[in-house]
Design a protein around this ligand. Sequence first.
Ligand SMILES: C=C(N)C(=O)O
Length: 128
Amino acid sequence: MTKRIITTANAPAPIGPYNQAVLVNENTLYTSGQIALNPETMELVMDTIEVETKQVMDNMKAVLQAADMNFENVIKTSIFISDMNNFSKINAVYGEYFNEATAPARETVEVACLPKNVNVEISMVAIK
Ligand SMILES: C=C(N)C(=O)O
């Protein structure tokens, strides 16, 4: 098994002892959860849940690109949200990044609290 750490300045630096993503056997990418940190300022972008979700997805796009992948490579998504009432709004933004016919498998769960008190955190698994 080979394990390559994926790092990019185009996504937020980790805020704990983890890496942005790990590429296994040069074909399977496990990303860390992304929250709505601006990668340049490391400030949270939380104006609305739509804006927050877009920042998360843009961060994820940068991580995928750092591994020479894109959203078409994603096979599984995990979404953690602080309030299930935001489900529809998050779906609307999330859906803009995928072709519905080939969208990845996914679960969405409401959790008690997320790092830095954000409203949404998303992680993905992608395969080349
Ligand atoms: C933001 C994270 N991915 C974390 O704290 O694990």
